[in-house]
Design a protein around this ligand. Structure first.
Ligand SMILES: Nc1ncnc2c1ncn2[C@@H]1O[C@H](COP(=O)(O)OP(=O)(O)OP(=O)(O)O)[C@@H](O)[C@H]1O
Ligand SMILES: O=P(O)(O)OC[C@H]1O[C@](O)(CO)[C@@H](O)[C@@H]1O
Ligand SMILES: [Mg+2]
Length: 530
């Protein structure tokens, strides 16, 4: 069976549930020998009455149907429709208690909204455009096309922000916050902002759950009562006030615990795994007809959540990674035939390695999981290193932890959450380089730096701190608006709400055909290692 497209942004488009449209890799990588295309005056055209073959679905997109865009958009709209408590519960909204004037008096139940505050709320029907580029052809750099003619198809997603109508009585709300997975700069900023915004609505009971989902069932981990006073300065330090953990998420037990603790809202900060858990919690609450809003805030240093411009902590990680790269450069540059090697995080996505390489300008070779490479042989990395040593006298390599796993022995080991434990590509490369230069009789001074935990234990930089602030506020606005099973994000520079399944069906990855990867290659000057 054909595999799916690996470009994250194309995956978004085709990241479809059972009855949805799905296209196959060979279609989207434009296999021009495919029976569905013909060539005409150098342009690729689809053959008349061609219907793109679809996998795992009974439904095809027939691009010869003049209404296909309309159907596509209807389908898109239904996929991105936000799950709401109203869908399963008979509940009425009330006027918000959230004052747009910050410290101004809160609007009391039944009172008229003062004139000066009427225009500041986000309407439920407000939308933001997910994609901003119209590609002329599938051959345009980084093209994300739906049909072979790259037709312009508007894709609208829901705008985030405070609504005028809310679905909870703030004074009666008990809200919970939990942070799961690995650390990420900015976790404390988000916790802080959620607490502050909840209090602005008038919420008095805010519970922090300790060490990820474990905090819901481990009797030795009591809830932490959170208040503005308590979280005021937590953003000044990295880590998570609440602690994090992997594994141990039994959804039934967690929902029992939510029920027993009478939670009305749950804010879940975490990556793909955490969001899968949050969505399962949302579904179980829904099945039990519980009035609980479950809202995610994507936390992934790897930046591997679909559709989003970036996730919080990523910028900070890149900035920190540059320091390691700079050290590697100085070591390599100062040594006789110095080779600096830096391994950065990125299990399946090379964003940190790519961006840090671009930012530093000191990298000669950047290796990421999305782009296979040969290490030895005439077109391999080792041969290029020989060339760099001959011509420049030194070289610096940046490798993402998930890169080149095919060169290592598979361990089949997994961590507590079921994530595959990867082989150490950094150590492997270091050994290979040392051995190779010894074999060819050329001296090489290899210095290996692994700043893995240093880049994620630090506090958020300014741009991440702002992102965290907005995401934290929007998470609370989303819960009060009655949404559940959603997450917050920044898409195409606008803040939006997205249904969880749409952002976690696969990890977001670097598109090897994207402008950004090409810019990285321009910067490093590396050849294709294959
Ligand atoms: N498919 C799933 N369904 C329910 N819970 C899950 C699922 N996958 C992971 N979890 C739970 O979510 C929590 C976090 O998962 P994981 O360790 O994979 O981190 P993550 O959220 O992906 O963050 P990171 O980016 O740091 O890897 C764990 O407690 C794990 O048990
Ligand atoms: O050692 P830990 O805490 O499991 O985290 C390591 C993992 O965390 C990640 O940064 C994701 O958060 C991966 O890139 C990395 O493999
Ligand atoms: Mg994960």
């Amino acid at each position: 069976m054909a595999s799916f497209v690996s470009s994250s942004n194309v995956v978004n488009v085709f990241n479809l549930r059972k009855h949805k449209l799905q296209l196959v890799r060979d279609f989207y990588s434009f296999n021009f020998n495919s029976p569905i295309f013909t060539r005409s005056k150098g342009r690729v055209r689809k053959k008349q009455s061609s219907v793109v073959r679809l996998v795992t679905t009974n439904q095809d997109i027939d691009f010869t149907n003049p209404d296909w865009i309309k159907h596509y958009q209807e389908d898109f709209e239904s996929r991105f429709n936000l799950p709401h408590l109203r869908d399963v519960l008979d509940i009425e909204p009330r006027l918000t208690t959230f004052s747009l004037n910050g410290r101004g008096p809160q609007i009391v139940d039944g009172a008229d909204v003062p004139e000066d505050r009427k225009n500041g709320y986000v309407n439920e029907d407000d939308r933001a455009l997910l994609k901003a580029i119209k590609y002329c052809s599938p051959n345009s750099a980084g093209a994300e096309c739906i049909d072979p003619d790259c037709s312009w198809v508007e894709q609208w997603v829901h705008r985030a922000g405070p609504r005028k109508q809310i679905y909870f009585e703030p004074g009666e709300v008990k809200a919970g916050i939990v942070t799961c997975g690995g650390l990420c700069p900015g976790l404390n900023d988000v916790i802080r902002q959620i607490v502050i915004t909840l209090e602005l609505y008038g919420v008095k009971k805010i519970a922090g759950f300790q060490y990820g989902y474990r905090g819901f069932f481990d009797q030795d981990l009591p809830e932490i009562a959170l208040s503005r006073h308590m979280v005021q300065n937590i953003n000044l330090a990295g880590g998570s006030l609440l602690g994090v953990s992997r594994g141990g998420a039994n959804i039934g037990d967690i929902v029992d615990s939510i029920q027993a603790r009478e939670l009305d809202m749950l804010f879940v900060l975490g990556g793909n795994g955490t969001h899968a858990g949050a969505n399962a919690i949302h579904n179980e609450c829904r099945r039990r007809k519980m009035k609980v809003s479950v809202v995610g805030v994507p936390k992934t240093i790897d930046n591997d959540i679909l559709l989003m411009d970036k996730t919080f902590g990523f910028d900070t990680a890149v900035e920190e990674a540059q320091r390691a790269i700079n050290s590697a450069y100085i070591e390599a540059h100062s040594a006789y035939h110095g080779i600096g090697l830096v391994k950065l995080m990125g299990r399946s996505s090379g964003f940190i390695a790519m961006q840090a390489s671009l930012a530093s300008g000191q990298i000669d070779v950047c290796l990421i999981p999305e782009v296979p490479f040969k290490f030895s042989g005439p077109y391999g990395v080792l041969r290029h290193l020989e060339h760099l040593i001959q011509t420049k006298g030194s070289a610096v390599i940046c490798v993402a932890e998930g890169a080149g796993q095919d060169l290592l022995e598979k361990s089949n080991l997994t961590d507590a959450s079921g994530n595959v434990i990867l082989g150490d590509i950094g150590v492997h490369i270091q050994q290979q380089i040392k051995r190779h230069f010894k074999e060819i009789g050329v001296p090489a001074d290899v210095k290996y730096i692994d700043p893995t935990y240093m880049i994620r234990a630090c506090r958020a930089n300014a741009s991440d701190a702002i992102l965290c602030t907005v995401l934290g506020q929007n998470a609370v606005h989303g819960a009060f608006a009655g949404y559940s099973g959603i997450t917050v994000g920044i898409c195409n520079s606008h803040y939006v709400y997205l249904p969880i399944p749409e952002v976690i069906s696969s990890p977001r990855v670097v598109d090897p055909n994207s402008r950004m990867w090409h810019r990285c290659l321009t910067s490093t000057g590396q050849p294709d290692f294959c």
